[in-house]
Design a protein around this ligand. Structure first.
Ligand SMILES: Nc1nc2c(ncn2[C@@H]2O[C@H](COP(=O)(O)OP(=O)(O)OP(=O)(O)O)[C@@H](O)[C@H]2O)c(=O)[nH]1
Ligand SMILES: [Mg+2]
Length: 419
C-alpha cells in the first residue's frame, strides 16, 4: 500500500463527506492508503493552482512531516493546475480521473474492456502532453543540440508529432473496438427480434449486481448459463454479461449485468464505454441494486440517477432493490411499491425478486383456450415449449389446452382459439 494524502474543495452544492469517502475507497482500490485528508472551503477552484496557494503549501508541509510522496485531488485538474500543484507541493499529483482510469486499467480482462480503457487513457493524456514526458524530452533535445531558437521550433514540432501519434493510436484502437462492438450489436438485434424482454441490473459499483445475477442463475439451475465474476472490490465487472433466464412456467427474459457507477465517472470513460453502458437503454425493466447497508446509499442512488441520465436512459420502469439487508435491521425479503429489500445471497430473496420481475415484465401476457386438432401436433409442441400451460383436456377432436403466453404467440395460434 502506497501512503497518500487526499485533498478536496468543500462547497455548498456537493456532498463533501460522500465524495471524500468515495475517493478513499477509490484510492484503496488502487493499492493506496489514505494517511491524511485535507480540505479547503472554497466555492470555486483557483484557476492556476486549484487550491489556494496557502493550502497548497500546507499540503507540502503535511507531505514532508508524514513522509508521503503522493497527493490525490478529488477533481479533474487542468494541465496547468496539475503542473503548478506539483511544483508547489513537491508531490506527485494524481487527479480523480487518472485514479479511476488506473483502476479500470488494472481490472480490464476482456479485449473490449482493455480497448475501451486504453482509448479513455489516451484521450486523457492528449491535452496533457506538454506537461509530462514531452517536456522532458524537449529539454533533452535542447541539451544535445545547444538550444536556441531553432531548437524551440523542433521541440514544438515534436509535441505536434506526439499528438498526431496519439491521435492515430486512438483512431486505430477505436476501429478495433468498433469491430468487437458490431458483434455485440448483432447479438443485440437478434435479441430484439426474438421479442424476449430484457431486465438490466444497474447501480453503484460493489452494490451486489453480479451476486444478484448469480443468485438467479443458481436458483434456476441453468447449466448452460455461466455465472459471472463477483468480488468485494470496486469495478469488479467492466463488461456486460447477458444471460437468458427461463422460468419453470416457461416465461423467459434476458438478464444483463454490467459495469457499476461511481460519482462523476470521467467523461473519457463514459465515452469509451458508451456501448457497454448503453445496454441499460435497451432494457424493459431496470433493477437498481443498492447497497442498503452503506451509510451513503442515498447519494449512491443519486449518482446512479445522474449516470443513467448521462447515458440517455429514461422512462424505463425501475425496481429499487436494497441489497445486503443481512447487514441491516430491515426485515427481508420484503417489498413496498417499487422498493425491494433483500439479500442477494438469500434464496427466499431471489424467489421474491423473480416474482417482482414477473409482475413487471409479463403484464401483457394473455390467457386463451385453444383446441389443437391431432393433425396439428407441431403447434402443441410450440405451446409446450413456450407457454405456461394451465389446463389440458384430451377430446375426440383434439387437445383442448388453456395456456398463458406472449401476445405474439397467441396471434400465431389465432385460428385455434376457442375461448
Ligand atoms: N453481506 C452481504 N454481502 C453481499 C451481498 N450481496 C453481495 N455481497 C458482497 O458484495 C461484494 C460485491 O458484490 P458484486 O456482486 O461483485 O457487486 P457488483 O455490484 O457486481 O460490483 P461491480 O461489478 O464492482 O460494480 C461481494 O463481496 C459480495 O459477496 C449480500 O446480500 N450481503
Ligand atoms: Mg459486478
Amino acid at each position: 500500500m502506497i501512503p497518500v494524502i487526499i485533498a478536496g474543495l468543500e462547497n455548498d452544492y456537493e456532498n463533501f463527506e460522500y465524495k471524500m469517502d468515495e475517493l478513499s475507497s477509490l484510492a484503496y482500490a488502487n493499492n493506496m492508503e489514505v494517511i491524511v485528508s485535507v480540505k479547503q472551503k472554497l466555492e470555486h477552484p483557483i484557476a492556476a493552482t486549484y487550491f489556494g496557494k496557502g493550502k497548497a503549501e500546507e499540503i507540502r508541509h503535511v507531505g514532508e512531516i508524514n513522509d508521503i510522496d503522493t497527493l490525490i485531488v478529488n477533481a479533474e485538474l487542468t494541465p496547468t493546475q496539475l503542473r503548478n500543484l506539483e511544483d508547489i507541493t513537491g508531490l506527485q499529483v494524481i487527479d480523480r480521473t487518472a485514479l479511476i482510469l488506473e483502476i479500470f486499467a488494472s481490472r480490464a480482462q476482456t479485449k473490449e474492456a482493455k480497448l475501451q480503457v486504453q482509448i479513455a487513457k489516451l484521450q486523457y493524456q492528449l491535452p496533457r502532453l506538454r506537461t509530462s514526458s514531452i517536456n522532458r524530452m524537449d529539454q533533452q533535445t535542447a541539451g544535445n543540440t545547444g538550444g536556441g531558437y531553432t531548437n524551440r521550433g523542433s521541440g514544438e514540432t515534436k509535441l505536434e508529432l506526439n499528438k498526431r501519434v496519439i491521435e492515430k493510436r486512438i483512431s486505430n484502437l477505436s476501429k478495433e473496438l468498433k469491430e468487437i462492438e458490431s458483434v455485440h450489436e448483432n447479438q443485440r438485434r437478434a435479441r430484439e427480434r426474438s421479442s424476449i424482454k430484457t431486465v438490466a441490473l444497474v447501480g453503484y459499483t460493489n452494490a451486489g449486481k453480479s451476486t444478484t445475477m448469480n443468485g438467479l442463475l443458481k436458483l434456476l439451475e441453468q447449466p448452460t448459463n455461466k455465472e459471472v465474476f463477483e468480488k468485494d472490490m470496486l469495478f469488479a465487472t467492466l463488461d456486460t454479461s447477458i444471460r437468458k433466464i427461463k422460468l419453470p412456467d416457461n416465461k423467459e427474459f434476458f438478464l444483463s449485468d454490467t459495469v457499476g457507477f461511481v460519482s462523476d465517472l470521467p467523461h473519457q470513460l463514459v465515452k469509451a464505454f458508451r456501448t457497454t453502458l448503453s445496454e441499460a437503454n435497451q432494457a424493459d425493466l431496470l433493477i437498481q441494486v443498492i447497497d442498503g447497508s452503506d451509510e451513503h446509499a442515498k447519494d449512491m442512488i443519486e449518482t446512479t440517477k445522474q449516470t443513467l441520465d448521462e447515458i440517455g436512459v429514461k422512462d424505463i420502469p425501475m425496481i429499487y432493490a436494497y441489497n445486503k439487508s443481512d447487514l441491516t435491521s430491515t426485515p427481508y425479503p420484503s417489498s413496498v411499491g417499487n422498493q425491494f429489500y433483500y439479500s442477494a445471497k438469500d434464496k427466499k430473496s431471489i424467489e421474491m425478486l423473480i416474482n417482482l420481475i414477473k409482475e413487471n415484465l409479463f403484464q401483457d401476457y394473455v390467457t386463451h383456450t385453444y383446441l389443437i386438432p391431432f393433425s396439428e401436433g407441431r403447434y402443441l409442441e410450440i405451446i409446450n415449449k413456450q407457454a405456461n400451460i394451465l389446463k389440458t383436456d384430451y377430446l375426440a377432436e383434439g387437445t383442448k389446452i388453456t395456456a398463458e403466453s406472449t401476445p405474439i404467440m397467441a396471434q400465431q395460434l389465432k385460428q385455434f382459439i376457442i375461448d
